[in-house]
Design a protein around this ligand. Structure first.
Ligand code: GLN
Length: 304
C-alpha cells in the first residue's frame, strides 16, 4: 500500500501544473500550487505520502459535517423536509434558483445554498453555540482535538463572501433560515476556514467507511443508517457538477473543497485524505482527482 501511494503521488505530481489555485477568496490565492499529499487510513494502519501534513482550509468538506450533525440532531426525515438529495448539476455557488418559492427538493446539501440551510438545522440556542458544537464534533470525528480556524482565511471570506450572503438572504426570504443570516454565515465561514491536513480528512473518511464506528474506540459515533445516507449523498453530489464523471472514473463517495482537499471513503475498506490546491473549473483538485482515479483502478475501490 505504501509503495502504491508513493508511486501514484509521484506519477500525478505533474498535474499540479494544471488548473488554478482558488483566488475568489483572496487569502486562498496564497496557496502553494506545488503541494501534493495523500493519506489512507485503514483497519490495518495508516499510509501516507507527500505533503500530507501541510495544513489547508477544509472549505466545502465542512458540508458533510453540517449534514452529519444536522441528521444526528433531527433525523434523516426532518432534514429531508428542508433539503433534497437530487444532484443539481449546477456549480457549487449557483444562485439561479426558482423564485419566489425556493423548491426544497432542489436545494442540495453539498452545494452552498443547501449547506447554509443545513448548517442552520444544527441545534443550538444561538450561533455561537452552533459553531462550538460543530467544532467539537469535527474534532471528535477527526480525532484531532487541536483543530482551529484559520483566522486570515475566515476574515478574507467574511469580507468578500457576498454571494454566500445573497444565498443566505434568498433562504431567509423563503423561510428556510430562522434568526440572523449574518450570524449563521459566520458559522458557515468559520467552519469552511477550519485548518486541516490529509490525515484529518482520512479520519473522517474512515469513520464513514466504517459506517459510523470509531476505529480506535469501537464507539458508534453516528448510526449506521445515517452513515449510509451521508455516503449516498456524497456519491451523487460530493464533487459538485463533476459528480457523475467522478462516479464513473473513481466510484467512491467523496467531497472536495476549494482549499484543494478531497475527503473520500471506500465503504468497508478505507478513508482517504487528499491535498493539492490547483483546481479545475468546477472547483475540484486536478491532481487530487487523478490520484484517486489511479488508486481506485489499482486497488479496485469503485463500489460499482
Ligand atoms: N467557503 C467556500 C464558499 O462558500 C466553500 C466552497 C467550496 O469549497 N467549493 O465559497
Amino acid at each position: 500500500m505504501q509503495e502504491i501511494l508513493n508511486r501514484i503521488l509521484e506519477d500525478c505530481r505533474r498535474y499540479t501544473l494544471e488548473g488554478e489555485v482558488a483566488s475568489y477568496i483572496p487569502e486562498l490565492g496564497k496557496g502553494n500550487r506545488e503541494a501534493i499529499g495523500i493519506y489512507a487510513a485503514t483497519d490495518e494502519g495508516d499510509f501516507f505520502a507527500g505533503d500530507w501534513d501541510e495544513p489547508f482550509t477544509i472549505q466545502s468538506i465542512a458540508k458533510p459535517i453540517f449534514l452529519m450533525l444536522a441528521v444526528r440532531d433531527n433525523g434523516i426525515d426532518v432534514v429531508k423536509q428542508h433539503v433534497g438529495v437530487e444532484a443539481t448539476g449546477k456549480p457549487f455557488n449557483a444562485i439561479d434558483y426558482a423564485e419566489p418559492l425556493l423548491l426544497r427538493e432542489h436545494i442540495n446539501p453539498m452545494v452552498n445554498i443547501g449547506a447554509i440551510a443545513v448548517c442552520g438545522l444544527v441545534k443550538a440556542a444561538d450561533n455561537r453555540e452552533r459553531f462550538a458544537r460543530l467544532l467539537d464534533f469535527t474534532r471528535r470525528i477527526t480525532g484531532n482535538p487541536d483543530l482551529e480556524v484559520d483566522q486570515e482565511v475566515y476574515d478574507s471570506e467574511k469580507k468578500t463572501g457576498n454571494k454566500n450572503r445573497a444565498l443566505g438572504y434568498l433562504l431567509k426570504n423563503s423561510g428556510m433560515i430562522y434568526g440572523s443570516v449574518e450570524d449563521l454565515l459566520d458559522v458557515y465561514f468559520a467552519m469552511c476556514s477550519l485548518k486541516v491536513n490529509c490525515r484529518d480528512l482520512a479520519r473522517i473518511g474512515l469513520l464513514l467507511a466504517a459506517h459510523g464506528t470509531d476505529r480506535e474506540t469501537g464507539e458508534q459515533i453516528i448510526p449506521r443508517e445515517e452513515a449510509v445516507f451521508i455516503n449516498a449523498v456524497l456519491m451523487t453530489s460530493g464533487m459538485y457538477d463533476g459528480s457523475g464523471e467522478f462516479a464513473t472514473t473513481v466510484g467512491i463517495p467523496a467531497k472536495s473543497g476549494v482549499g484543494g482537499g478531497i475527503m473520500a471513503d471506500c465503504p468497508g475498506r478505507m478513508g482517504i485524505g487528499i491535498f493539492s490546491p490547483a483546481l479545475d473549473k468546477k472547483g475540484n483538485s486536478v491532481a487530487g482527482i487523478k490520484m484517486l482515479e489511479r488508486l481506485s483502478r489499482e486497488m479496485q475501490l469503485s463500489i460499482f
